[in-house]
Design a binder for this molecule. Structure first.
Ligand SMILES: C[S@@+](CC[C@H](N)C(=O)[O-])C[C@H]1O[C@@H](n2cnc3c(N)ncnc32)[C@H](O)[C@@H]1O
Length: 344
């Protein structure tokens, strides 16, 4: 019998993931029967402790800064470049004068709807598709993409730092699975901290960019498996094969597609993927970190899901928002919701 995800194939696409998803069929294995149960009842075990709300902030730094925001836009500094993009949440007024905003090197002039293709304009000098960027000493490439994204989500940096600390403090071999890994920054941070990393993304293009970043970061000798596959299918297979991980990161879009047209819809698919993430943990796991963005839900929703999912495992679930603190007037720009289960 076909899974509900396979039956949903062919629905209209949207968002970034749809744009990135290529026809990458390498590494994927023929589908086997679904062994992992589809309908799971609520667990009986004691719920993990909880901490919320937790607001994780990224402050302006040498690599990245949210310089100013307002009037539906944001002005950011990505390494050497100043970039202006639409920002629906910036319903306040800009703090800096127009002359500062006019110094931008790149302006995204697209539909403010994230699904629009839009286009980039370079007011000062023509720019190529990529430019050198750095995160905490890790070199990589920023890139202008058709979906107004720039090849990195800087708000994730607090998750990366926390994960690196867990890996180093473990003082033993640590295996990390990065689902929906995009251009691979989290995978590079984990590999530099000493972990063995498996990175999964549906887009051949994104996997190519992530590999380029590994070269740029001079981490080519680190053990990172780059896998172009549907995140759910990959997790199901790892569960069947008995492959296990100490840390799982999953940062799914609201809507996306696997390389074979598999449909990802967060509200329908998240509970099952969260269960799979639990099922593929080692006997001494460290953490499972979920980020969600562009969805009509509060962090209370993913908090409840994560607590129920990790019932009986001990530890605690922390949930809240990832925000970026603005340089000009100190306002906080919320970017996403997160919920993470921590073993200790
Ligand atoms: C927002 S990005 C993740 C950002 C990343 N965690 C980071 O911090 O850089 C979402 C990614 O999910 C991928 N994606 C979308 N649908 C997918 C699916 N069904 N299976 C695997 N990856 C998928 C997209 O190709 C895209 O790279």
């Amino acid at each position: 019998m076909k899974s509900s995800r396979e039956r949903r194939r062919g629905q209209p696409g949207s968002r970034d993931a749809g744009a990135l998803a290529g026809s990458c069929t390498d590494r994927a294995e023929p589908g086997a029967a679904e062994a992992f149960p589809s309908h799971l009842s609520r667990r009986a075990g004691a719920l993990p402790a909880e901490r919320l709300p937790v607001i994780l902030e990224v402050l302006p730094n040498d690599d990245y800064a949210l310089i100013d925001s307002g009037d539906g836009e944001k002005l950011e500094r990505y390494g050497p470049l100043r970039i202006v993009r639409p920002e629906g949440q910036a319903i306040w007024r800009r703090a800096l004068p127009e002359s500062e905003w006019r110094k931008a090197d790149a302006v995204f002039t697209g539909d403010t709807d994230e699904e629009g293709m839009g286009r980039w304009r370079f007011p000062r000098a023509p720019l190529g598709e990529t430019w050198p960027m750095r995160h905490d000493g890790i070199d990589y490439l920023g890139r202008f993409t058709s979906f107004r994204h720039v090849g990195v989500f800087p708000e994730q940096a607090t998750h990366w730092d926390h994960m690196a600390m867990l890996i180093r403090d473990a003082k033993r071999p640590v295996k990390v699975l990065n689902l929906f890994g995009y251009t691979g920054l989290a995978s590079l941070v984990a590999a530099r901290a000493g972990a063995e990393v498996t990175h999964v993304d549906a887009s051949r293009k994104a996997i190519g960019w992530a590999r380029e970043n590994q070269e740029m970061a001079r981490l080519a000798d680190r053990p990172i498996r780059w896998i172009c596959e549907d995140a759910m299918k990959f997790a199901e297979r790892e569960e069947r094969r008995g492959s296990r991980y100490d840390i799982v990161l999953f940062d799914p879009p609201a809507y996306g597609r696997g390389p074979k047209g598999e449909v990802w819809q967060l509200f329908e698919d998240l509970p099952r993927l969260a269960e799979l993430c639990r099922a593929i943990l080692t006997p001494r796991p460290l953490a499972v970190v979920l980020t969600a963005y562009s969805i009509r839900a509060s962090f209370f929703a993913i908090h409840a899901l994560m607590r129920d999912t990790f019932a009986g495992m001990g530890g605690r679930v922390e949930s809240g928002e990832l925000v970026i603190r603005e340089e000009a007037a100190g306002r906080a720009l919320s970017t996403s919701l997160f919920s993470r289960w921590l073993a200790a």
